[in-house]
Design a protein around this ligand. Structure first.
Ligand code: G1P
Length: 294
């Protein structure tokens, strides 16, 4: 029996320099894909997978994320008075249960591994999910839910992976593939941002992890790695041999909202799925494309 996955960690301390000036005073996680902030997509995915407690590792200028997951009495009152029940229900549906969110701050930008380590006291001695909110997915079943199936079968640690063009591997964490099917194969190696020639495969880590708490012990003394930052991938590689790591080639499409093109594509893709605006938006989009081709 594997321990139930109850807690998820969301590192949201990043500076978002790629989106300046939009992110000068606003966290990049609050940029919107259609009408929901990017962070909400990762939280929804975790909720759908049965996560009960949401841990956010924030930083300076990020307090609006905390506000987003709190009630807004004035707004609720106004909506109620104006009879805007649909909007009100929407807000209520997204609201986490009382006491089910925690926030801590990463005081210095020392890397993703360090951000995760900052959550150690809030997670405690149990397995946890790690969701990098920059990556959002369009999929029938949420990516974390797909991973839980493999977790229940294999226990240990589980990573969502996808194939990229071989020349792109150096931007990501890359895994080596051992025995087993796409739904759950053994990972033989993990390396952060390798040169194309050194990469064990073209399967990259897609920003979704199920991890055992022992990773915190490794992170405590983890040397700096790629980009001169403390990397979660290096700590995971340190655990390999002691614990199993399973790769899941998830079913779905990823959008990297940490890049401008990924973010814009996510907006188009999600808007075209929305019943309320899809037809009108597609019409506008076709016109824009036609005009651009001229
Ligand atoms: C992080 C991880 C990397 C992973 C990537 C997914 O890198 O370190 O292993 O493949 O997210 O987006 P970053 O994007 O922070 O450079």
């Amino acid at each position: 029996m594997t321990a139930k996955l109850r807690v998820a960690v969301f590192p949201v301390a990043g500076l978002g320099t790629r989106f300046l000036p939009a992110t000068k005073a606003m966290p990049k996680e609050m940029l919107t894909v259609v009408d929901r902030p990017v962070i909400q997509y990762a939280v929804d995915e975790a909720k759908q997978a049965g996560i009960e407690h949401f841990v956010f590792v924030t930083g300076r200028n990020k307090s609006v994320i905390e506000d987003h997951f709190d009630r807004q009495f004035e707004l609720e009152h106004t909506l109620e008075q104006r009879g805007k029940t649909e909007a009100l229900q929407l807000l209520q549906a997204d609201l986490p249960q009382p006491g089910k969110t925690s926030f801590t701050r990463q005081q210095e930008p020392l890397g993703l591994g360090h951000a995760v380590w900052c959550a150690r006291e809030l997670v405690g001695d149990e397995p946890f999910a790690l969701l990098l909110p920059d990556m959002i997915f369009k999929s029938e079943q949420g990516v974390l839910a797909q991973m839980i199936a493999a977790y229940e079968q294999h226990g240990g640690n589980v990573l969502a992976v996808e194939e990229v063009a071989p020349e792109d591997v150096s931007s990501y964490g890359v895994v080596g593939r051992g025995e087993g099917p796409d739904e759950g194969f053994e990972i033989t190696q993990m390396v952060e941002k390798p040169k194309q020639a050194d990469a064990p495969s073209n399967l990259i880590i897609s920003g979704r992890y199920i991890l055992q708490p022992e990773v915190f012990e490794l992170l405590e003394n983890q040397a700096k790695g790629a980009g001169n930052e403390i990397q979660i991938t290096d700590a995971m590689q340190g655990l390999l041999g002691k614990q199993r790591f399973t790769g899941v080639k998830y079913k779905g499409t990823a959008f990297d909202c940490g890049s401008k093109v990924g973010f814009l594509s996510a907006n188009v893709a999600f808007a075209l799925e929305r019943q309320d605006i899809a037809v009108e938006f597609l019409h506008e989009l076709n016109q824009i494309i036609r005009a651009a081709k001229r």
